[in-house]
Ligand binder design. Structure first.
Ligand SMILES: *Cc1c(COP(=O)(O)O)cnc(C)c1O
Length: 420
C-alpha cells in the first residue's frame, strides 16, 4: 500500500466527513510558503496551514534553534522546576503584551489556552467567595474544541451532539454600526443579572466564523462596560496574535486592555503545539494565599515544554526583525490594492484586517459551514497549486509573512479567475 491508501486505512482526520473521502494529499516537505507532495507537486500555502505558520515552512532559523535545544534539554517537569527558555519566553511575551499583563501560564494549544482562561476566571470568583459563573460570548464565536472552549463558542454544527452537556453562556450579537445600541443593551442586561464572571471574545476578527470583522471602537466600549461592572474580559488572540491584524496583537488597536489573553497558533511560528494564557496582576493576586485550596490546580504533562519554548523564542526573534514588520506592511498594502480592483457579482462581501483578507460568496444557500460552495472552492484552487481551505462560502488568505509580492499576485489572479 502507498501512503494515501495506508492513510485511509489507519488515520482519522480532523473536521473531515468520513464518507466520500477525497484522498489526503501526502505532504513530504515544506519550504517557505510552499508544501511539496510525494510527486514533487508544490502547493502555495495561502492559509499558513490552519493559521499557524508565520515565517515559512521548515524555517531554517527556527529549525536550527530547535535542533540545538534538542541536545541541551528536551523537557522537564514544570511544577517546582523551571528552565531558561520558559522564563525568557514569559518575560518577552509580557513585554509585547499590554502593560496590565503580569503572569504567563503555559499549556498545549489554543483550546487549552482558553480552558485555562475560563478556569482562571471561575476560580478567581470562587477564591473571592463570590458566585459568578456565567460567561458572555459573541454569536458566531469559536474558541476551540474542548468542553469549556466549546461551551463559550456559538452553538452550531460543530457541537450539536454535545449541546446538552455544554455550560450556560449568554450570547450578544457581533457589533455593527446599525445594531450597536442594541448590543450594548444586551451586554448590560446580562450583567445586571449579577452572576456574570467574564466576557470572552476574538478581538476584531472572528476566525472560524468566516473572518467576521468588527470595529475596535465597539469592542472598546464593551470592555469599558465590563470593567465598570467587575466583569473580567478575555481576549482570545489564538488566531489574531503575532501580527496577523497588522499589529502585534489585535488588542493593540484598543486603549482599553483586556484582563486575560489566550495565545497559540502563531506562538511557535507554526513549528510546535503550545498555548499561553496571560493575566493581569489582580487575577493572580486572588490566588496568592496561605490557604492551599486557593491554588490553581491545573497543568499538563508537557506544560512549558523546552522545545516549544525554544521554537516560540526563535519565532519572536524573527517577528521582532524589521524585515518581518515590513513584510506585514507589504501584505497589508497589497491586500488593500487588490480589494480596490475587485468587482464581481459573485461576491457578497470582501473584508480585510492587516494580513487577513476574506471573500464571501453570494450563494443561494444560507447555511454557512456546510455550504456546497466549499468543495468547489477547494478543488479550484488545489488544481492551481494553491491551498485556500474555505469556511463554507467564505474563503480567505492568511499567508506566512515570508510570502513575496509575486506569490501574493499569483493567489490574487487565481481568485479573479475563480470569480469570473
Ligand atoms: C484555532 C482557535 C482556537 C483553538 O485552538 P486549537 O489549537 O485548535 O485548539 C481557539 N480560539 C481561536 C480564536 C482559534 O482560532
Amino acid at each position: 500500500m502507498n501512503w494515501t491508501d495506508k492513510d485511509k486505512e489507519y488515520v482519522w482526520h480532523p473536521f473531515t466527513p468520513q464518507s466520500g473521502l477525497r484522498e489526503a494529499i501526502n505532504i513530504v516537505r515544506g519550504e517557505g510558503v510552499y508544501l511539496f507532495d510525494e510527486n514533487g507537486k508544490k502547493y502555495l500555502d495561502a492559509i499558513s496551514s490552519w493559521w499557524v505558520n508565520l515565517h515559512g515552512h521548515s524555517n531554517p532559523y527556527i529549525a536550527t534553534k530547535i535542533s540545538e535545544q534538542l541536545n541541551k534539554l528536551e523537557h522537564s517537569i514544570f511544577s517546582g522546576f523551571t528552565h531558561p527558555g520558559a522564563v525568557e519566553l514569559a518575560e518577552r511575551l509580557i513585554k509585547h503584551l499590554p502593560d496590565n499583563q503580569k503572569k504567563i501560564f503555559y499549556s498545549d494549544n489554543g483550546s487549552t489556552a482558553v480552558e485555562v482562561a475560563l478556569k482562571m476566571v471561575l476560580q478567581y470568583w470562587h477564591n473571592k467567595d463570590q458566585s459568578k459563573t456565567i460567561f458572555i460570548a459573541f454569536e458566531n464565536a469559536y474558541h476551540g474544541d474542548t468542553f469549556g472552549s466549546m461551551s463559550v463558542g456559538a452553538r452550531n454544527v460543530f457541537n450539536n451532539a454535545f449541546e446538552n452537556l455544554l455550560f450556560e453562556v449568554k450570547y450578544i450579537s457581533v457589533p455593527t454600526n446599525e445594531n450597536f445600541t442594541e448590543v450594548k443593551k444586551q451586554l448590560s442586561d446580562f450583567i445586571k443579572q449579577g452572576t456574570v464572571a467574564g466576557f470572552i471574545f476574538e478581538p476584531l476578527v472572528q476566525g472560524a466564523a468566516g473572518m467576521v470583522m468588527y470595529k475596535e471602537e465597539h469592542l472598546e466600549e464593551l470592555i469599558s462596560t465590563c470593567r465598570e461592572n467587575n466583569v473580567i474580559t478575555i481576549a482570545d488572540e489564538v488566531m489574531t496574535g503575532f501580527g496577523r491584524t497588522g499589529k502585534f496583537f489585535a488588542s493593540d488597536f484598543l486603549k482599553n486592555k483586556p484582563d486575560i489573553f489566550c495565545l497559540s497558533k502563531g506562538l511557535t511560528g507554526g513549528f510546535m503545539a503550545s498555548g499561553v494564557t496571560s493575566c493581569a496582576g489582580f487575577i493572580h493576586d486572588a490566588y496568592v494565599s496561605e490557604d492551599k485550596t486557593k491554588t490553581f490546580f491545573h497543568g499538563h504533562s508537557y506544560t512549558a515544554n523546552a522545545l516549544t519554548c525554544c521554537a516560540a523564542l526563535a519565532s519572536l526573534d524573527l517577528l521582532e526583525r524589521k524585515e518581518t514588520q515590513d513584510q506585514i506592511e507589504m501584505i497589508t498594502l497589497s491586500h488593500s490594492s487588490f480589494i480596490k480592483r475587485l468587482n464581481s457579482p459573485r461576491l457578497k462581501d470582501v473584508r480585510m484586517k492587516g494580513t487577513i483578507i476574506a471573500f464571501e460568496l453570494n450563494t443561494a444557500e444560507h447555511t454557512h459551514y456546510l455550504n456546497k460552495a466549499a468543495p468547489e472552492i477547494t478543488e479550484f484552487f488545489l488544481k492551481k497549486g494553491i491551498i485556500l481551505r474555505p469556511l463554507g462560502n467564505i474563503f480567505y488568505i492568511i499567508p506566512p509573512y515570508v510570502i513575496t509580492k509575486t506569490e501574493l499576485e499569483e493567489i490574487y489572479s487565481a481568485i479573479e479567475e475563480f470569480l469570473k
